[in-house]
Design a protein. Structure first.
Length: 228
C-alpha cells in the first residue's frame, strides 16, 4: 500500500481526506454560486475556468479573489461591494445548490471502500463549512465511508493550521504518527507536516492555480485509485 510506505515502520491506522479537488470536483457548483453572487452585486460573472484558479483556501478567500478580479475588470460605478456582502450572497446561492453540477473523481468510492474494509479509519478534513460539507458527502454516498468530518468552521483554526488534522485524529482515536493526509493543495501539505504526518496529493486538484508538484508533497499521484 503506497500510503503505508510513507510511514515507514509505523502502521497506517487512519487517512484524512480533503474534499474539494480531492474527492469531489466541486468547482462547477462553486462557480455557479460565485457567478450568481457577482451578478447580484452588479458585477459580471467570472466563469468556471477563472473560478477554478481561485479555489483552494476556503470561501472567504475565494470571495476575496473574486472581488479583486471584479473591481479590476468591471465598469461598475460606485464604491466596491463589501467583502461580507459578496460572501453572504455567495453562501446564499451555494446553499440553494451545492452539488447538482459536481461529481466524484474517478476511483474515489472503490478506494475508500478498500481502506475501510482493511480496517483503516477515515475522516474528511476540509475548509468548507460543515453546513455545506455534510450534504455533499450525503449526495455522493460518502457519509458512511467518512464518519468523522472536520469542517472549516468546526474549530477556530483551519488548514494550513494543523489543529483540524489533530482534532480528526483525536476523534478517530489514532496518533498523528499513524496517519496520512490526502489532499490537493499546499494547505493540506503544510497542515499535515505541521501535525507531524506525511501528505499525499492528487495532481488534478485546485491548489488556487499554483503547481502542486512544487508544494512539497511526500507523494504525488495523477489518479485517486493509485493511492491504494
Amino acid at each position: 500500500m503506497k500510503l503505508q510506505q510513507l510511514l515507514g515502520e509505523a502502521p497506517l491506522k487512519a487517512i484524512l481526506f480533503d474534499l474539494d479537488g480531492t474527492l469531489v470536483d466541486s468547482v462547477p457548483d462553486l462557480a455557479a454560486a460565485m457567478d450568481a453572487a457577482l451578478i447580484h452585486c452588479g458585477y459580471p460573472g467570472a466563469g468556471e475556468e477563472r473560478v477554478r484558479t481561485w479555489v483552494g483556501n476556503g470561501a472567504a478567500k475565494l470571495v476575496e479573489r473574486a472581488l479583486d478580479w471584479a473591481e479590476s475588470t468591471s465598469q461598475r460605478s460606485g464604491p466596491p461591494v463589501p467583502h461580507s456582502v459578496l460572501l453572504d450572497a455567495f453562501y446564499l446561492a451555494y446553499a440553494e445548490d451545492s452539488s447538482s453540477r459536481s461529481q466524484l473523481f474517478p476511483g474515489v468510492i472503490a478506494a475508500l471502500e478498500y481502506w475501510q474494509q482493511a480496517g483503516i479509519k477515515l475522516a474528511c478534513v476540509t475548509n468548507k463549512p460543515e453546513r455545506f460539507t455534510h450534504p455533499i458527502l450525503a449526495e455522493f454516498g460518502l457519509q458512511s465511508l467518512l464518519p468523522v468530518v472536520v469542517g472549516g468552521d468546526t474549530l477556530a483554526q483551519r488548514k494550513p493550521d494543523p489543529e483540524p488534522l489533530l482534532h480528526a485524529c483525536e476523534r478517530l482515536g489514532v496518533a498523528a504518527g499513524n496517519t496520512v493526509m490526502v489532499g490537493d493543495s499546499s494547505n493540506d501539505i503544510d497542515a499535515a507536516h505541521a501535525a507531524g504526518m506525511p501528505a499525499a496529493c492528487v495532481s488534478y486538484g485546485y491548489n488556487h492555480g499554483a503547481p502542486i508538484a512544487e508544494a512539497g508533497a511526500d507523494l504525488l499521484v495523477d489518479d485517486f485509485g493509485s493511492l491504494r
